[in-house]
Ligand binder design. Structure first.
Ligand code: X8Z
Ligand code: ZN
Length: 619
């Protein structure tokens, strides 16, 4: 499902959306409203024929669509925006048509495989447009414009010399990462949020149109549609998210408590109070979603030598390409074939200076075969080193399932796609860094708390953010909150789940969710929460398979072909089986379960509990 339609990270998904449209508008597809037999008389053979035709049309069209979106995102201007909107319009129209037609086979008895494909066709759209052609065109125009507005967003103000100076997201993120001056931090934080008020009206209309499309397909709204893609009932999925969050909440609260206290030491009561939520501009990240950049402020007082990956990359002369090569080498060590030459020729590794692009990292599969690429604006730092592994995980997944039928070219559920590269990156341990010649000496176990703290600042801190983005969207789509309440709801959820607050009261026209890529980009976000649970499950199991005796947080699967082949067995399945089957293939378990992440961080949790004694935790 996540493969279908709008997922810029898995380019083929986009491609499908675009394709569909083209086909519908221009060709007389084998199955049309007119041609389709009456649903009373439909047979299993009709269903098989319908699915075959749909797959073929989607497949053909997906390549043009992927190319069009690639060009748009790597060269944003009026022309490429127009082309992308067109292809999106065509793709959505065709996919909506197939979704409606698939629904006609609801009562026809078919085998499980065919039923799965029909379900994918009827639920796979991320933003379904109404059948009405004008509304479809309007939605395509809005989604494409929102993508561009985010990609070209800038914060401009008068500089010291009085001249107007503009900063792009990458510049502002650098300030959030490195500055320890609260005024500078606040300026960058507020500055980025000036890009999103103009998105608000477009977003409101987008929600209206997509909800109308979802209703035409038989869903209550887009929220129900999104939550229907997990091989369980939509409400059971929401409950599953809550259950997993319940498992990890105490760990998050312990981390929050310690970090808040250290920030108070750094900035004092006025900027960083000891009680209540933490102001969002102090955590080293534009969205306060990963906090690794403030490690220096919260680091444990330990003897062991600190392992600073960014410093190691720089000291060893790593450039952007060498960082990607290191990622590829990791996968090769597991037995995966090298990346094709076209990957190196066609990827965007660095930010072009002569044009506007979407810098947010993504992985693409242009031809559903071997034309895989990443699109990044790589900086030489630890975050991007890990993100490279994340993106390559998408590419290796795409290549592993390329022999599946078109509708199965996707991951078991969307969390799986996001988890693979992160799983590999969990193996970037000091021992691994030594093996590849980046680190001279591996610190002894006394350094573990420091290493775990670095990881927790990214992985544990992320969990409530990963949860709340779609908590917000689900309520927006369901109409529980109207446009006038969008921003308030955003901050209410930020406080409730993350214990984070806005550092200043927000202006009336603020649309802060729009300043987070996945909102204007319409990428569902629950996948990242799931991925943060799943990657630890995968890591724990692959470590066992690799025969690694080290504690889970010190294990690296580097060089283990056994682990690689087990992982590959899951990747090859693509979307062909319900996700519990895929999970079982690697872990032996059919349940998503947070005990692996809790095991991983267990030593840190004990340490945090000691530190937090006498502190008043919570917010
Ligand atoms: O968007 C991403 C990836 C591309 S799929 C870089 N991530 C989320 C984010 O940046 O918000 C990875 C972690 C969460
Ligand atoms: Zn991703």
């Amino acid at each position: 499902m996540q493969r279908i339609y709008r997922n810029i990270f898995v380019a083929s998904i986009l491609a499908v959306s675009a394709l569909l449209a083209a086909c519908q508008q221009q060709t007389g597809p084998a199955v049309t409203e007119e041609a389709a037999p009456d649903s009373q008389t439909l047979t299993a053979d009709d269903a098989r024929q319908f699915v075959e035709d749909a797959q073929q049309q989607l497949e053909t069209l997906s390549i043009d669509a992927a190319r069009t979106f690639w060009i748009y995102q790597t060269y944003i201007n009026q022309d490429t925006q127009g082309l992308a909107a067109k292809v999106s319009e065509q793709g959505t129209a065709l996919s909506v048509k197939f979704a409606n037609e698939a629904a006609k086979f609801r009562d026809v008895e078919v085998d499980a495989d065919l039923r799965r494909k029909l379900d994918i066709l009827s639920r796979g759209l991320v933003l379904p447009a109404p059948v009405d052609a004008e509304k479809n065109a309007e939605l395509a125009d809005i989604t494409t414009r929102l993508d561009g507005m985010y990609g070209t967003g800038q914060y401009c103000k008068a500089g010291d010399n009085g001249e107007r100076q503009c900063q792009v997201l990458g510049d502002l993120e650098e300030t959030l990462k490195t500055s320890r001056n609260p005024d500078e931090l606040l300026d960058a934080w507020q500055g980025w949020r000036t890009i999103s008020p103009p998105m608000k009206d477009l977003y409101v209309r987008e929600v209206e149109l997509a909800n109308e499309g979802a209703r035409e397909l038989g869903f209550a709204d887009v929220s129900e549609l999104w939550r229907s893609n997990y091989d369980m009932e939509p409400d059971a999925f929401s409950a599953e998210m809550d259950r997993l969050w319940g498992q990890v909440e105490p760990l998050y609260e312990a981390l929050h408590c310690h970090v808040r206290s250290e920030l108070n030491e750094q900035y004092g009561d006025d900027v960083a109070p000891l009680q209540g939520p933490i102001p969002a501009h102090l955590l080293g990240n534009m969205w306060a979603q990963q906090w690794g950049n403030i490690y220096d402020l919260v680091a444990p007082d330990i003897e062991a030598e600190d392992v600073d990956v960014e410093a190691l990359l720089i000291a060893n002369g790593y450039d952007e390409i060498k960082m990607v090569e290191a990622g590829e080498a990791f996968f090769s060590s597991l037995g995966f074939a090298p990346l094709p030459d076209t990957f190196w020729e066609r990827s965007q590794f660095t930010k072009p200076q002569d044009r506007e692009v979407v810098c947010h990292a993504s992985a693409w599969d242009i031809d559903n075969k071997d034309d895989i690429r990443i699109k990044m604006c790589i900086k030489i730092n630890e975050d991007d080193f890990r993100t490279i592994h994340h993106e390559l995980g998408h590419n290796y997944y795409q290549r592993a399932y390329k022999e599946q039928p078109f509708l199965y070219l996707g991951s078991a559920n969307d969390g799986f796609h996001e988890a693979v590269g992160d799983t590999i990156a969990l193996s970037i341990t000091p021992e691994y860094l030594q093996q590849i010649g980046l680190l001279d000496e591996v610190p002894d176990a006394s350094g573990d708390i420091g290493l775990l703290m670095r990881q927790a600042l990214d992985k544990v801190a992320f969990l409530p953010f990963g949860l709340l983005v779609d908590q917000w969207r689900w309520r927006v789509f369901s109409g529980e909150v109207g446009p006038e309440g969008y921003n308030e709801l955003w901050w209410q959820l930020r406080e409730q789940y993350q214990g984070i607050s806005s550092p200043v009261s927000r202006p009336d026209d603020a649309f802060d969710p729009g300043a987070k890529y996945h909102v204007p980009g319409n990428t569902p976000y629950a996948r990242y929460f799931l991925a943060h649970i799943l990657q630890f499950q995968f890591h724990r199991s692959l470590c066992e398979i690799a025969g690694n005796q080290a504690p889970i947080h010190r294990c690296s699967i580097y060089g283990s072909e056994e682990a690689g082949s087990r992982l590959n067995a899951m990747l090859e399945m693509g979307l062909s089986r319900p996700w519990p089957d895929a999970l079982e293939a690697v872990t032996g378990s059919r349940d998503m379960d947070a005990t692996a992440i809790l095991d991983y961080f267990a030593p840190l949790k004990s340490w945090l509990d000691e530190q937090n004694q006498g502190r008043q935790c919570g917010w």
